[in-house]
Design a protein around this ligand. Structure first.
Ligand code: GDP
Length: 318
């Protein structure tokens, strides 16, 4: 294993392979990860994280690629982290991404990486922020985090982003259904993609209507805009970038960006702590201390809450 410090130094010089190696350390939950995160801590906090979620087929990959082009035109360096929470396969080489993103292959201002998180104890909530921190510390201006929309992961990804973009498409009843099922709370910006298809205006109307419902907004609160795009022809993408920039400005003005990042850090610390605790608990299976506690619960000598307290004390040493 190459020295973590030299990998970090090379990643900061823009070497894509060094970045890839560092993200692999995250993905593989390598023992060096702890040292890596300690090295990155003072370097991160400069990138802006944009999350992109939506049901399969709505046009996330196409939109990501079009967004990358738009950001590049504006002179910003863009990293894409494509997260598949359902895939156990290691990322970095997902064929689909390579093909879809081939138009950016020769641009050193673009970095694209897939990451699998299934099988991690802490899952997405554990791995995504650390991969984001690698990209941030490596100096990327914008980090686009794209995920396959499958319920909980949408919510998780949204919680990792500074601005969360939710994609829908007309004629995809499931998209609107998903939206009805609570996804509507997580978008800062909504996109109705495939605006070249029938039914786009109805979809925008329905979405606007739903966004207006249950609304108890104060003046000056953020009202999520709905942007129409034809990602396949890069139409509406500049408007999407403008909507994201506007949300960013609003967040900065209101101190909301800082609050969101504090929330995110708190959740990350919590996830790492709970994961560590669970690992230590798992080590205790078959352990005589746990068996002795179980014995006392079965025989009525101890209630399960007190037993659990004793177990936690034993595991944390507190
Ligand atoms: P993802 O699964 O959400 O990443 O969706 P993809 O980006 O792979 O797109 C799914 C399909 O929709 C592909 O065949 C795209 O070419 C097509 N597509 C993407 N954007 C548009 C669009 O704006 N209009 C139309 N008609 N098709 C689109």
């Amino acid at each position: 294993m190459q020295d973590v410090s030299s990998l970090v130094a090379r990643a900061r010089e823009g070497a894509p392979r060094a970045v890839a190696r560092l993200i692999s350390l995250v993905e593989g939950a390598a023992p060096e990860l702890r040292r890596l995160m300690a090295e990155l801590a003072p370097l991160a906090g400069h990138a802006y994280v944009v999350g992109l979620t939506g049901a399969p087929g709505v046009g996330k990959s196409t939109s990501t690629s079009a967004l990358v082009s738009a950001y590049r035109k504006a002179g910003r360096r863009v990293a894409v982290l494509a997260v598949d929470p359902s895939s156990p396969f290691s990322g970095g080489a997902l064929l689909g991404d390579r093909i879809r993103m081939s138009e950016h292959a020769l641009d050193s201002g673009v970095y694209i990486r897939s990451m699998a998180t299934r099988g991690h104890l802490g899952g997405l909530a554990w791995a995504a922020p650390q991969a984001i921190r690698v990209l941030d510390a490596a100096g990327w201006d914008v980090i686009l985090v794209e995920t396959v929309g499958v319920g909980q992961s949408e919510v998780e990804i949204a919680s990792q982003a500074d601005t969360s973009v939710l994609l829908l498409a007309p004629g995809m009843g499931d998209g609107i259904q998903a939206a009805k099922a609570g996804i509507l709370e997580i978008g800062d910006v909504y996109v109705v993609n495939k605006a070249d298809r029938d039914g786009v205006d109805a979809a925008v109307r329905e979405l606007n209507h739903m966004l207006g419902l249950g609304e108890a907004r104060e003046p000056g609160d953020w009202r999520p805009p709905v942007v129409k795009t034809v990602a396949a022809r890069a139409e509406g993408v500049d408007e999407l970038v403008a909507a994201v920039d506007k949300h960013r400005a609003w967040m900065e003005e209101r101190g909301e960006l800082r609050r969101r990042r504090l929330d995110r850090a708190a959740r990350e610390v919590e996830t790492i702590a709970v994961t560590a605790l669970r690992e230590r608990m798992a080590d205790l299976r078959g352990n005589t201390r746990l068996e002795a506690l179980a014995e006392r619960v079965v025989t009525g000598g101890l209630d399960p809450y007190t037993a659990a307290d004793e177990l936690v004390r034993g595991v944390t040493g507190s």
